[in-house]
Design a binder for this molecule. Structure first.
Ligand code: E4P
Length: 216
């Protein structure tokens, strides 16, 4: 299972990379705006230099031809850019053209299993179901991931599932149990993954026991 970080913050990406298990990065226009980035080219290049893994950069265009133009431009910024398109009819149509150029496409804002089926048929390298936003409206986001895993397994579809809109370590655990390919995780949740009170208590007890016998 691969771990991506879901952020446009360079310091967070550097720190996550230093932990040694960072396989890629996802961004979106909201995450860019949070960092005060209005022209994303230089920022995308800076992110791509921090990881050899795929870096998803999202288009702002909403019409097919404009998406293709913007997608080709984003892909020209660095060898490891994956172009992120919204799963609309235009996004699906643009996916085929970009994939034919050898560009990896991440179809995003996916909320149904049939959208995910279309993403695979269109030739997307990645599909991003948004589990947290489904949970927010009273649905079970992880049930969507389970359905996509089943459908892709039924037909041997190679599109990689990126579990997105992750809110907690439980989302990461359930992704792993379901066999999702990738979880894209906010920095705060990455930090939560390693923590356990019994680990902290155990370390403190070991140090205290050692201190009792340590030579003064
Ligand atoms: C990642 O590809 C998505 O853009 C991101 O996970 C969305 O997360 P949010 O629902 O917390 O905005």
């Amino acid at each position: 299972m691969k771990f991506f970080i879901d952020t446009a913050n360079l310091a967070e990406i550097k720190e996550a990379a230093a932990y040694g298990f960072l396989d890629g990065v996802t961004t979106n226009p909201s995450l860019m705006a949070k960092e005060g980035v209005s022209e994303q080219d230089e920022h995308i290049k800076a992110i791509c230099a921090l990881t050899p893994g795929p870096v998803s950069a999202e288009v702002l265009a909403t019409e097919k031809e404009a998406m293709i133009r913007e997608g080709r431009h984003l892909a020209s910024l660095a060898h490891n850019v994956a172009v992120k398109l919204p799963l609309t009819m235009d996004g699906l149509a643009a996916t085929g053209a970009l994939a034919a150029d050898g560009i990896k496409v991440n179809l995003t804002l996916v909320f149904s299993p049939l959208q995910a089926l279309l993403a695979a048929k269109a030739g997307a390298a990645f599909v991003s179901p948004f589990v947290g936003r489904l949970d927010d409206v009273g649905q079970d986001g992880m049930a969507l991931v389970e359905e996509i895993v089943t459908i892709y397994g039924n037909y041997g579809m190679e599109t990689e599932i990126i579990v997105a809109s992750i809110r907690s370590p439980q989302h990461v655990l359930r992704s792993a149990l379901l066999g999702a390919d990738i979880a894209t995780i906010p920095f705060k949740v990455i930090q939560q993954l390693a923590g356990h009170p019994l680990t902290d208590k155990g370390v403190a007890a070991f140090l205290a026991d050692h201190a009792k016998v340590a030579k003064k």
